[in-house]
Design a protein around this ligand. Structure first.
Ligand code: MTE
Ligand code: CO
Length: 459
């Protein structure tokens, strides 16, 4: 089993360590935001003036709009009647299951070719640069499979609860649909999200640096309800979750966590789970690394000790500078990223801007998000959009004025436990560079005078 591919982050990180061309080889096409050898690596904050390009908000609103707010103020776009006002559109039955506007057809999941060992053991990324609010639409939730997507017939699917329980039970989907129900929003982040960035700025797109992330509303049955039905024996301490896919993904979860907020979900965002997300059943482990959220869930075995499956020994451990590896690093620690501006979302005009981004914490709620325009010297507090929910993505926004100067923009989250998101330098000091997983460092975008954004590491 040792030949099973690891999370894909392993390869680029290693290659990047020695190879000056890293990131150019097979990197995504320009539209995909790949690194095209622009030499981003460590960007010295000293390279920018102290002001860092942030200008005082002296421009009046009207002036800002005139400076380019509407983009086409000189055209006849408002007085000309376009064709779609003159002819009937297609009827209501034309598209029984709706699709986004054709003008949004670039908002899709994307993969990175050189991360794709095989199509069955691979990952694609959520286009988070294009999203608003905190909910990820079902069709663009990133996918991570170790054995391809299982297309499960719900009529044949069963969920078994066994081990240290009073009654071993087997549920059909219909059994679960008739049990008490819970609906809750949670983020899911792959442990390898941002894993390609340990050795230096690598991927020039927020979809690729931070897109192993989604946040949906799950509906299903809590493990507390299921285990009440099965009856837990006194020595019950751990839960093994097993998937029905070819990878038979198996992970252990401490019983306390299982009883606290875990659930077996059959729906996401109001409709049944997508096959990519584990249809018809997936485990939801709020705030914990994505690989524990077993898809196509078929069995929950209650045990008295951790199982040490190969997924928690051969993989999903973090190599430390001492040469030892951390195991069972479950919680996804506080992290944030600016989605606009970003490499996919350049600033198109001077004047009024609305910076926005996402923050999250596996510990609970986001408390505050700070924004720097000068690479971490000065910070301003962003506005958090309601609702701010525990273990859920939180949207932050900050209006600002831009006069066309270069700047280094960063976001930094502080969660309700007062954990402060670290810089990459702090993370390197604590964890070295070979961890692969759990890179929650502050992300820096260099905004150039053209408005384009580039992924850089600030030294
Ligand atoms: N469950 C099964 N059965 N098989 C898998 O390959 N991949 C895991 C997890 N659950 C996986 C699985 C990993 S590594 C992650 S990050 C998440 O599912 C990804 O969930 P998503 O595909 O819904 O984004
Ligand atoms: Co993962």
């Amino acid at each position: 089993m040792s030949d099973t591919p690891r999370e894909p982050a392993a390869r680029p990180s290693r290659r990047d360590a020695e190879d000056p061309r890293a990131g150019d080889q097979g990197a995504p096409s320009p539209g995909d935001g790949g690194d095209h050898g622009t030499g981003r690596r460590n960007f010295l904050r000293a390279g920018l003036g102290a002001a860092g390009g942030l200008v005082a908000a002296t421009t009046g609103a009207g002036k800002a709009a005139a400076a380019g707010g509407s983009g086409n103020s000189a055209s006849n776009a408002i007085t000309n009647l376009p064709t779609w006002t003159k002819y009937l559109g297609p009827g209501v039955e034309a598209r029984p299951y709706g699709q986004p506007s054709k003008f949004e057809d670039s908002v899709v999941r994307r993969n990175v070719d050189w991360l794709t060992a095989t199509k069955q053991s691979s990952v694609n990324f959520t286009p988070i640069y294009a999203l608003e609010g905190f909910v990820t639409p079902n069709g663009i939730c990133f996918e991570r499979h170790h054995g391809g997507r299982a297309d499960v017939d719900p009529a044949q699917h069963r969920l078994m609860v066994n081990g240290h329980v009073e009654r071993e039970l087997v549920f059909t989907l219909n059994d679960l649909l008739r049990m008490p129900q819970a609906s809750r929003f949670y983020f899911l982040e792959c442990a390898a999200n941002t894993g390609m960035e340990w050795h230096g700025a690598q991927l020039n797109g927020v979809q690729f640096t931070h897109g192993m992330l989604h946040c949906v509303q799950y509906t299903g049955v809590t493990l507390r309800t299921l285990f009440r039905e099965a009856g837990l024996k006194e020595n019950a301490k751990w839960v093994l979750a097993e998937g029905a896919d070819a990878a038979a993904m198996t992970r252990t979860i401490p019983l306390d966590k299982a009883l606290d907020d875990c659930m077996v979900a059959y729906a996401q965002n109001g409709e049944r789970l997508r096959p990519e997300q584990g249809y018809p059943l997936r485990l939801v482990v709020p705030g914990y690394e994505g690989n524990m959220w077993v898809k196509w869930l078929r069995r929950l075995e209650v045990g008295d000790k951790p199982y040490h499956t190969r997924w928690e020994t051969a993989t999903y451990t973090d190599l430390m500078p001492s040469g030892k590896a951390r195991q069972f690093t479950w919680v996804m620690e506080p992290k944030s990223v600016i989605t606009n501006p970003s490499p996919e979302m350049p600033l198109v005009d001077k004047g009024r801007q609305l910076l926005r981004g996402l923050a999250w914490s596996g510990h609970g709620k986001v408390k505050r998000v700070d924004i720097s325009f000068d690479g971490g010297v000065n910070w301003r507090t962003a506005e958090l959009q309601d609702p701010v929910l525990p273990r859920c993505l939180t949207r932050f926004v900050l209006p600002f004025e831009w006069n066309g100067e270069e700047m280094l923009v960063q976001s930094r989250v502080i969660d309700e436990t007062d954990y402060v998101q670290p810089t990459i330098t702090e993370l390197h000091k604590a964890r070295g560079t070979e961890s692969i997983y759990h890179n929650n460092a502050i992300q820096t975008w260099l905004i150039k005078s053209t408005g384009e954004a580039e992924n850089v590491h600030v030294a």
